[in-house]
Design a protein around this ligand. Structure first.
Ligand code: AMP
Length: 286
């Protein structure tokens, strides 16, 4: 099993010792997670283990990225199984701090990325990215690594983190790992645990809409508005409640009126009481 650290001084000390052992060429990889780990998280551990000499995983359900009405209290916590998955997929150290360790009672500093956080997830969850960027910067300071691994599953999030790292000159390289899906197309998510069998079947519409929209764009479809309307209809007819379905520039997330070379299709919808997100990049040949 990987060694588990609960306090900030302990994990800092462990990183320092390992850094000394590895020498100046050693590469430390870091994978921040909220636990309830699944094969999608494992893909990040695998990618890190393949490229780094030491892999550190954090497991921390970050309260500041949940709005008061969201699922912080019922978010799944499965530490024993998480540690086994960490072991199986090459994580060496696990940092599992308490909420009080990360946010002591006198805590009063937050990090905010502007612009790219305004649309999509930021529009529907207005305090979300402020919580994400705050905790990720704090984690980068607690676990000083060379590379940090994020999933494409949270497409806007990895762009926001990249923006923060660039704007604030944080000395870490961000690596984005492709979304891991079940064989039927559903993107793995810790929140899939909330889905009933019926809701899970209905949720397959999300990857189906992304695939069919991508195929139409590849075949030369120019009418973005038509594609969006059709996608929203399909999602609604499957019994989900869409928050958004957007076709955007893959780098800036600006909504497109006509196709461009590198696009991303992004969707968010409620299946029952569970909110799901998914995305797919589409690159047109020149
Ligand atoms: P979370 O525990 O949901 O905060 O996710 C931790 C990291 O795992 C984030 O960088 C996510 O984007 C990534 N992740 C979650 N689900 C998947 C998936 N299905 N495939 C790849 N990465 C994922």
């Amino acid at each position: 099993m990987p060694t588990v650290f609960n306090s900030i001084p302990e994990i800092r000390n462990a990183l320092k010792t390992n850094r000394e052992k590895l020498g100046p060429e050693g590469i430390i990889g870091f994978v921040p997670t909220m636990g309830a780990l699944h094969r999608g998280h494992a893909a990040l551990f695998e990618a890190a283990a393949a490229e780094c000499d030491l892999v550190v995983v954090s497991i921390f359900v970050n309260p500041t990225q949940f709005a008061p009405h969201e699922d912080l209290d019922k978010y799944p916590r499965t530490l024993e199984a998480d540690l086994e998955l960490c072991e199986q997929f090459g994580a060496d150290l696990v940092f599992h701090p308490s909420a009080l360790e990360v946010y002591p009672p006198d805590f009063q500093s937050y990090v905010e990325v502007e612009g790219i956080t305004n649309s999509l997830e930021g529009e529907h969850r207005p305090t979300h990215f402020r919580g994400v960027t705050t905790v990720v910067l704090k984690l980068f300071n607690m676990v000083p690594a060379d590379r940090a691994y994020f999933g494409q599953k949270d497409y806007q999030q990895q762009l926001v983190i990249r923006r923060m790292v660039k704007d604030l000159n944080i000395p870490v390289e961000i690596v984005t790992v492709p979304t891991w899906r079940d064989p039927d197309g559903l993107a793995l998510s810790s929140r899939n645990k909330y889905l009933s069998t019926d809701e899970r079947t209905r949720a397959l519409v999300l990857s189906q809409v992304l695939n069919s929209t991508s195929a139409q764009l590849q075949q030369g479809e120019q009418d973005i508005q038509k594609l969006i309307t059709e996608g929203l209809v399909q999602i609604t007819e499957a019994g989900l409640k869409p928050d958004y379905f957007s076709i955007a520039d893959a780098e800036t997330l600006e909504k497109l009126c006509e196709p461009c070379q590198k696009m991303v299709l992004l969707v968010a919808a409620q299946a029952g009481t569970t909110r799901l997100i998914d995305n797919m990049t589409v690159e047109l040949s020149e």
